[in-house]
Design a protein around this ligand. Sequence first.
Ligand code: M6R
Length: 600
Amino acid sequence: MCGITGYVGYEEAKEILLKGLEKLEYRGYDSAGIAMMDETEVQVFKEKGRIARLREVVDEHVKAHVGIGHTRWATHGVPSRSNAHPHQSASGRFTLVHNGVIENYTLLQQKYLQDVLFQSDTDSEVVVQLIEKFADEGMDAEEAIRKTLPLLEGSYAIAIIDMENAGTIFVAKNKSPLLVGVGDGFNVVASDAMAMIQVTDMYIELMDQEMVILKKDEVTIKNLAGEIVNREPYKAEIDASDIEKGTYPHYMLKEIDEQPLVMRKIIQAYQNEEGELEIAEDIIEAVKESDRIYIVACGTSYHAGLVGKQFIEKLAGIPVEVHVASEFSYNMPLLSEKPFFIFISQSGETADSRGVLVQVKELDHKALTITNVPGSTLSREADFTMLLHAGPEIAVASTKAYTAQIAVLAILANVVAQSRGWNPGFDLIHELGIIANAMETLCDSKEEFEKIASEFLPFTRNCFFIGRSLDYFVCLEGALKLKEISYIQAEGFAGGELKHGTIALIEDGTPVIALATQENVNWSIRGNVKEVGARGANPCIISMAGLETDEDRFVLPAVHELLTPLISVVPLQLIAYYASLHRGCDVDKPRNLAKSVTVE
Ligand code: M6R
């Protein structure tokens, strides 16, 4: 989704801003721009399309040391040059980049800015025009910004430069993520530490409704009342090499291959010196005190939640409901007497999930966030955090975060069960080790999945995934993976539901990928495969060693039955990857999608 970079210092800003934006490309965007300011002028360059196109239009002779940059993912107004950021005030004095959505922008326009000729269709432009209006009334830049911010309803992360404050970037945030990076003789601003990790690893978190006055050797944080806030920087634990593709053609392939390593890192992170799984005592207590757990998440994280429900109910004996965040927020179910909330989010910044967390905190309920990003909004605002330890996930299609989420949920369920004196019946550390090895075997079998993709998927318009029990949840994830990166219409179905309607969609040659990893439903899912086969479908069965038959296309290595989603998803990820490749799609940056969905 939209990204922000900003630099004030002694080096030329241009390359730092552009490189920073390139690091944010993975989040998804449709246009990009930068503004650079020296003592006499501000120059704005923006383009629809990729940053490579922006590079072509940026004047190489500009040598400014202050600048702001933006990647835009359209919400208000089509992707176009005029709607791309930065936006300038009517006189050109103020220049702004904005992430988020200003919900009351039309009202603000009508109330305060009727005489202003707007240059774009965006909600963002209203902010820069308002600042100029208040400055024209006699306020200095800081006062004008402080007067504007409380008028804005919705979410914002903004960076502003002002011709009358040549060495300064003004920064503010509410709900949308934004960080200030601290350097030696320079400072930066970024919506994600990854954008600027090449120049500094020291960051200051900003809280909602704070603003920052950023100069090359000074960072002043203030609240909206103008009072100074002191906050120490922290070291961002991101290894710059983690965000490089290395020899891989795509981040997605790299991240699929990293899954065995992530499993081992998770075992290490949650293991104590006695070699036992351990999580914070207060998390265990909060979970045990609750009479029902509500898992809230979106997309892939929601699919991981569906698997996690099985672990928590089966191992820890607590009933669990799993909800899509965007539905939960406007249609909250009747809550139990002692609810406990688990938010699952790779990025920790998803606006739909955050919206629910805010509601939940208003009701004074306890919440745990399971996330890959320490210090992310969902992590900060929940009572507890469990980290995924998956390393940065760059590809829009989530892979290693999904398996990490499932592993962490298994650990949570296992530890709670043990703390109740219940024996889960297996040694999870040992089983996760077996999973890591099995994942490696699967990653070494890529050519098999490439063959399946090229045989079943290059020309099809749709594809179905069927499974029962845990396999059904993995099918939902397999279908999401395929649709988001190959644009094939793909759906996951519960095998038993086919005959209640869906089977009408089966035509000659329709690919149907079936998972068969669960013993108690092995024969019933195979029955469903026969049903679709009899109607012309082209079935591809992926089964588990011990349950296989001669008709199976691939047999997964045997792992503990409850943990099969951790490995049965890997072939589906790889099949989606190769299908996308064969169809000539942009694997890492699929159309219309953003990595981190920071608007509701
Ligand atoms: O960062 P989050 O886990 O909160 O993101 C949730 C979804 O937007 C995300 O999982 C999305 O569905 C992925 N593109 C799926 O691959």
